[in-house]
Design a protein around this ligand. Sequence first.
Ligand SMILES: [Zn+2]
Length: 247
Amino acid sequence: MIFLLFITGLVIGSFLNVVIYRLPTGKSIIYPPSHCPNCGHKLSMLELIPVLSYIFLRGKCKNCKADISIRYPIIELLTGIIFIINYIYISDLIILAAGLVFSSLMIVLTMIDVDHQILPDQLTLGGLVVGLSFSFFRTDITFIYSLIGVLAAGGLLFLIAFLSKGGMGGGDIKMMAMVGSFTGPVIAVTAVFLGALIALMAHLPGVISGKTGMKTKLPFGPFLAVASLILWFYSEELFAMYLSLIF
Ligand SMILES: [Zn+2]
């Protein structure tokens, strides 16, 4: 079962690569079929096998020998690994399904924000509807709790955006509202603070060396997404650690 889920993760990861590459540019996700961006060579079934095809082709297009980005197999592997972690932590099938969708959304949003500094509505608002829908069938959260998650996390980021006078984008607000629909208010609000903490640590070297000024625009989305994913798996451990620090 765990092996099957890993393979599924690799295949889904391959699809996530397509979404990351095509969605922000407005291209269709389904058509045309996968091809080399350099020469247009249409990929055969063998060349579509995740990770392995990259190794066999030694990272080059079979037709024009152009380099294939190492990012493709990395995203595929990462998706496979995160799918397994979901399986290890979640025994309920519906919650596991929600976890796989949630994890995929976080991976895609992180990469698109890194590439284009945008968080597309199809993923944030679309994901929010999916998150709310899951709550009807989940045994761990109710629809009301999911809805409070949307309002609390979205509201908190709206407040931060308002106070910082546009220091945070509308995409961040919608993304955290979506996270709230999957996790409820406690984890989503904690994710905002954890995301800010990770962002601070990541940018500290730049600030100290003077490379990052106060006016530098820093994407916050990837940090929020990583924090949300960490808390999706380890909220209990982190809350316990936090309490033991206080008392
Ligand atoms: Zn090619």
